[in-house]
Ligand binder design. Structure first.
Ligand code: SF4
Length: 456
């Protein structure tokens, strides 16, 4: 893909990726007065588009230039390939954020989504999410969410692109990592006026031995008043244990995540998980002996999994009746992008899986309450969190909608400070790999303090 307007290139490439990166096309842009002209040449055809839009300043001009260029390229590639995407040309922004921006400007969001080519079922999904977020969505100055990351796992799943490592190779770092993490957490003192929620994520926090896990819980304890929503993404069922669950209860945790991904043993083996569906059942039953809300994670589009196998996993998750079920779509790792034919088959399969999940979960009384999308998602779909009424996870809403400061500690964690009710967000990121994090955690904590103590 080539363009004569360099600042549009990243946006245009996002659109090309939707169609599988195999399209050789040329884009040209020009502006005359209030009219934006985009021309796309692809497959020997020429597509021309013109949109009229007055702009108040350069920022607004760039915003509309990107929007119209993306739309033009999407329409051209749709015409060339005969394929439409579930979220149309909407890339690079969370759908709910765009919907809230439209509503804040006094417009319904539906017409803009239609213009982007978003399908009616996804427009309806966003409407349902906005309804479910009523009472949870809103900026509150000085309020924050607190996160601690544990980048260790029992083994590395073959589809995983997170920065996490097999503890059999990285076990020697655990002690130093926890020392660095304790220091970074302690340095959060005084950086917020009220804590909205806390979250220990991974990786797989439960891969830690109880004494190590307790170090993290103890470090967070001074910041997390009893009764605060407090999640531990315990993780894979093969590392669940009564001793760890009892510790969570002692430290006031209110919510745990069990991550089966699938209830099909063949799939679990194929993707390199070291547990079975029976382990998930045992872990779930164990968690149910404690007063926690439970989230189960599933993934649509796992390698080799059929639509029927995925649907059985959804059925079983619904039968277990956890408070939350999160339905992810497989994110293809770099280097594992699919050819057009494979991609088309996968699109159809994943679309059927997600349609089934939406219907089944809705019938069982679950509501979608947050969603996000990533690059390279199978079939260009989304991840959606579902909850039973009254059980939306405030942390997930806060972090996805960026309505509160987020103090994130640990390797690869990114803290966010909101200015002007979220009009501007500044970030401090920590190194991704474990040894670099251990070496630089103090420096990251200093930068974070400087940012969070700065006014406006
Ligand atoms: S358990 Fe989760 S974080 Fe760990 S390797 Fe597997 S998918 Fe990645």
């Amino acid at each position: 893909m080539t363009t004569d307007t360099p600042f549009l290139y990243p946006e245009l490439m996002d659109v090309v990726r939707l169609f599988g990166e195999g399209y050789d096309c040329t884009h040209r842009f020009r502006r005359e007065g209030d009219v934006f002209y985009n021309t796309v040449e692809a497959g020997g055809h020429k597509y021309s588009f013109a949109e009229t839009q007055p702009c108040a300043d350069e920022t607004e001009f760039k915003r509309y230039a990107k929007r119209f260029a993306k739309l033009a390229l999407y329409d051209a590639l749709r015409a060339e390939t005969g394929r439409s995407m579930p979220w149309g040309a909407l890339t690079g922004i969370r759908p709910t954020k765009l919907a809230y921006a439209e509503l804040a400007a006094g417009r319904p969001f539906g017409p803009l989504f239609e213009k982007f080519g978003v399908g009616p079922e996804n427009i309806a999904l966003v409407s349902r999410i906005l309804r479910a977020q009523e009472g949870l969505y809103g900026f509150s100055a000085g309020a924050a969410d607190l996160y601690a990351g544990i980048p260790f796992c029992p083994t590395k799943c073959n589809y995983c692109s997170f920065i996490t490592a097999d503890i059999r190779r990285t076990g020697q770092y655990v002690d130093d990592y926890l020392t660095a993490l304790e220091g970074e957490i302690a340095a959060c003192r005084g950086l917020f006026s009220s804590l909205h929620s806390a979250y220990i994520g991974g990786g797989t926090p439960f891969v830690l031995e109880p004494r190590a896990l307790e170090r993290v819980l103890r470090a967070l304890q001074p910041f997390v008043p009893r009764g605060t929503e407090y999640t531990v993404e315990a993780g894979r069922p093969d590392v669940f244990g009564e001793d760890k669950l009892a510790l969570l209860q002692e430290y006031g945790v209110t919510r745990v995540c069990v991550n089966p991904q699938s209830f099909c043993d063949e799939t679990l083996e194929r993707i390199g998980r070291r547990h079975t569906a029976a382990d998930t059942e045992r872990a779930f039953a164990m968690a149910r002996r404690y007063p926690f809300g439970v989230n189960l994670d599933l993934i649509a589009g796992l390698t080799g999994e059929s639509v029927a196998q995925f649907c059985r996993s959804v059925d079983r998750a619904v039968e277990l009746a956890p408070e939350n079920i999160t339905v992810h779509t497989l994110c293809l790792k770099k280097g594992a992008r699919l050819k057009e034919e494979e991609s088309r088959l996968q699109e159809e399969g994943v679309s059927a899986m997600l349609a089934y999940a939406r219907e089944k979960l809705t019938d069982a009384g679950y509501e979608p309450y947050y969603l996000y999308r990533q690059k390279y998602m199978a079939g260009n779909h989304e991840n959606t969190g579902w909850c039973k009424p009254g059980h939306a996870c405030a942390y997930n809403v806060g972090v996805m909608e960026e309505i509160r400061d987020n103090l994130a500690c640990g390797a690869n964690a990114v803290s966010k400070k909101l200015f002007g009710r979220g009009a501007r967000i500044e970030r401090v990121g920590a190194p991704k790999d474990i040894p670099s994090y251990i070496a630089r955690a103090g420096e990251v904590a200093e930068k974070k303090r400087a940012l969070f103590l700065r006014e406006g």
